[in-house]
Design a protein around this ligand. Structure first.
Ligand code: HPA
Length: 272
């Protein structure tokens, strides 16, 4: 890895984005599978396709677009990343977290990461939201591997409280949105897990499983950002019900829960 070039790419991408809008948002929202309707709530938008930002690779997953949107959410300026990069697409882990590094460079202080996830804890059902209180990232290649960027964060960052979840939970309860605080387990994908893997995760204390978010949360917290993680439980994880999993189901349920997700995010953004 050419770290000098990587850092230069981060700076170039940040310059391209900041030159598009005089306003300097401090909140970024990453939209997961099937959760892109939040973008419709933004006003005064400026869209920048990832393809025109230096260093941004292309998104390859159906249901994920590749657009960065600058705009106001209930009068609060935000950056929306509509489409993210996954390890399973074949990207190196540094590429997966490239946009998060760029957000740090832009001065983002609050990173809201959303995703679709399979429910392991049987108390959650498809359509519910889970506020991530912690994660199991042992099966994820470290996004901090390689040269440390001391100007962003320390070599050996503490991980005792990666997620800021308490106020998000209060907002969800206030809005009467079915919502659980839970542990998100990372799986590399793109295959869904086997029932035995889900039993393992369950023994390890995971409440939900998904193929994103953990690398981004690690890098955002490394950079000192406040991280809020929200999973939309789109299905029971493998083996919990006696039926196979489908990507179509994941996308459909994501759309249904998107309204709750949207209302919760607006509350969180207005609160900061
Ligand atoms: N496993 C992994 N990722 C997922 C799932 C799942 O069951 N559902 C949505 N994303």
């Amino acid at each position: 890895m050419e770290w000098t070039k990587y850092k230069q790419d981060i700076k170039n991408a940040a310059t391209k984005i900041s030159s598009a809008w005089a306003v300097k948002p401090t909140t970024c929202i990453v939209l997961g599978s099937g959760l892109s309707s939040l973008a419709d709530s933004l006003e005064d938008t400026i869209e920048i396709p990832y393809s025109s930002i230096p260093g941004f690779p292309q998104v390859t997953v159906v249901g994920h677009e590749g657009i960065l949107i600058l705009g106001n959410l209930n009068n609060v300026p935000v950056i929306l990343l509509k489409g993210r990069f996954h390890y399973y697409e074949g990207h190196p882990i540094e590429t997966v977290v490239f946009p998060i590094r760029v957000m740090k460079e832009l001065g983002i202080k609050l990173m809201i990461l959303t995703n679709a996830a399979g429910g392991i804890n049987k108390e959650m059902k498809p359509g519910d939201l889970m506020i991530i209180k912690d994660h199991i990232g042992l099966f994820c290649e470290s996004p901090l591997r390689g040269e440390n960027f001391d100007e962003y964060g320390p070599r050996f960052p503490d991980q005792s409280s990666v997620y800021d979840y308490k106020s998000a939970l209060l907002h969800a309860n206030d809005l009467k949105i079915p919502c659980f605080p839970g542990v998100y387990a990372y799986a590399k994908g793109p295959m869904y897990e086997t029932p035995a893997e889900i039993r393992l995760f369950s023994h390890l204390g995971a409440d939900a499983v998904g193929m994103s978010t953990v690398p981004e949360a690690i890098v955002a917290s490394h950079g000192g950002m406040k991280v809020v993680g929200i999973s939309c439980i789109t299905n029971f994880a493998a083996g919990i019900l006696d039926q196979p999993l489908s990507h179509a189901e994941v996308m459909e349920v994501g759309k249904l829960a998107a309204n709750n997700m949207k209302n919760l995010i607006i509350r969180i953004v207005l609160d900061c």
